[in-house]
Design a protein around this ligand. Structure first.
Ligand SMILES: [Zn+2]
Length: 94
């Protein structure tokens, strides 16, 4: 029942919304947005709908969080804010 290794030849490539580089999904964090326009981390993949991706690096995350317009475009939904859990990732900067 070790599912993790079964698909190692089929790792998805996604674009980081911070640096725009294409990377394997394993190197990226995945984010989703809820109905109220709050972006949240989506590690488990249970959330339906569109996802965006960002490197697990501060420099990329900062661009990611500052780019609400880009996020809105990527999600095809207006992004109004960020879920509480994301504050931990990003620190206290507004
Ligand atoms: Zn990046």
């Amino acid at each position: 029942m070790t599912i993790g290794f079964a698909k190692k030849n089929k790792v998805s490539i996604r674009t980081c919304l911070g640096c725009r580089q294409r990377k394997t999904q394993l190197e990226l964090w995945r984010f989703a947005v809820d109905n109220s326009g709050q972006v949240m981390k989506d590690f488990c993949g249970k959330h339906d709908g569109r996802h965006v991706y960002c490197c697990q690096a501060d420099s990329c995350l900062q661009k990611f969080f500052k780019n609400k317009k880009g996020l809105s475009r990527a999600f095809r939904q207006q992004v109004l804010g960020f879920n509480e859990g994301l504050q931990d990732l990003f620190g206290s900067e507004q």
